[in-house]
Design a protein around this ligand. Structure first.
Ligand code: ADP
Ligand code: ADP
Length: 231
C-alpha cells in the first residue's frame, strides 16, 4: 500500500467566518514505500500546510487522506496520535530538541513516550542511531554544546527512533551551510535506501530537489507539476 494517499484534499482556514480562505484545492498525491520526493513551491503556496496535514498535525477540510494504509477519516483523535507516533518521523528546520536533555536522551524521547518509561533497549537503539549519524562521541552533550549541523543530526536520529515508514522534513537544511546541508541530505538519503522509508522533503534548494526521485511543485494550493527529478 502507498504510504501517503491523498484524493481531492482541501484545506480552508477560518471556516464559517467572513475571512474563510481555502489554501489547498483538491490535492491528489500518492507516495509509495521508499519514495524520496521533494515538495517545492513559492512561499505561501501551501507546502507547510500540506506537510502538517500529511503529518496528522492538522485536519483537512475535505477530501481523503490515508497514511500507512489507514483512512484517517475513520480514526479517533487517540488513533490519529498513535498512527502519527508509529508511522511518521519529523525533521524540521528548527529542530525543537529539548535543551535540558542530552543528545542521547533527546533521541530516546519518542521511545520513552511510546512505551511510558526508559529502558536499556531504548538506550541501545538511541546509541546505535547516534553512531549512524556520526555522533556517538557526543551522546552525553546537550544541544547547546553541539553545532547546528550536529543538532540537525540528532534531530534525524530522533526522527528514526521508532522506525517510521515516512519521514516528513520541512526545510531540514534551511539554516545550514552548503557542505553541512549536503551531509544532512545524504544522511536522509541513506536511511531512505536502507530502511525503504518514504521521505517528503520541503526545500527551497533546487540542488537538493534535483537529487530526489521526484519533484512535486505546489503553486497557489494546487499541484502544478509532479515529475521525476534527476535522481
Ligand atoms: P513558511 O516558512 O512555511 O513560509 P510562514 O512564515 O508562512 O512559514 O508561516 C509560519 C507559521 O505561521 C506556519 O505554521 C503557518 O501555519 C502560520 N501562518 C502562516 N500564515 C498565517 C496566517 N495568515 N494566519 C495565521 N497563521 C499563519
Ligand atoms: P508555504 O509553506 O508554502 O509557505 P503555508 O502552508 O505556510 O505555505 O501557507 C499557505 C497559505 O495558508 C498562506 O496564504 C498562509 O497565509 C495561509 N495560512 C497558513 N496557516 C494559516 C493559519 N493557521 N490560518 C490562516 N491562514 C493560514
Amino acid at each position: 500500500a502507498p504510504v501517503i494517499q491523498l484524493a481531492g484534499l482541501t484545506k480552508a482556514y477560518n471556516v464559517g467566518t467572513p475571512v474563510e480562505t481555502e489554501v489547498l484545492h483538491g490535492i491528489d498525491l500518492t507516495l509509495a514505500e521508499g519514495e524520496f520526493a521533494a515538495l517545492i513551491g513559492p512561499s505561501g503556496s501551501g507546502k507547510s500546510t500540506l506537510l502538517n496535514i500529511i503529518g496528522l498535525l492538522e485536519r483537512p477540510t475535505g477530501g481523503r487522506l490515508s497514511i500507512a494504509g489507514r483512512d484517517t477519516a475513520t480514526l479517533s483523535e487517540a488513533e490519529i496520535t498513535q498512527l502519527r507516533g508509529r508511522s511518521i518521523g519529523f525533521v524540521f528546520q528548527f529542530h525543537h530538541l529539548l535543551p535540558a536533555f542530552s543528545a542521547l536522551e533527546n533521541v530516546m524521547m519518542p521511545t520513552i513516550i511510546a512505551r511510558g518509561r526508559p529502558d536499556d533497549e531504548a538506550e541501545a537503539t538511541a546509541l546505535q542511531l547516534l553512531d549512524a549519524v556520526g555522533l556517538k562521541a557526543h551522546a552525553r552533550k546537550k544541544p547547546a554544546e553541539l553545532s547546528g549541523g550536529q543538532q540537525q543530526r540528532v534531530a534525524i536520529a530522533r526522527a528514526l527512533a521508532l522506525k517510521p515508514r515516512l519521514i516528513l522534513a520541512d526545510e531540514p537544511t534551511g539554516n545550514l551551510d552548503t557542505h553541512t546541508a549536503d551531509e544532512i541530505f545524504a544522511l536522509l538519503r541513506e536511511f531512505n535506501r536502507q530502511a525503504n522509508c518514504a521521505c517528503l522533503i520541503v526545500t527551497h534548494d533546487p540542488r537538493l530537489a534535483a537529487r530526489c526521485d521526484r519533484i512535486v511543485r505546489l503553486v497557489d494550493g494546487r499541484i502544478a507539476e509532479d515529475d521525476p527529478a534527476g535522481g
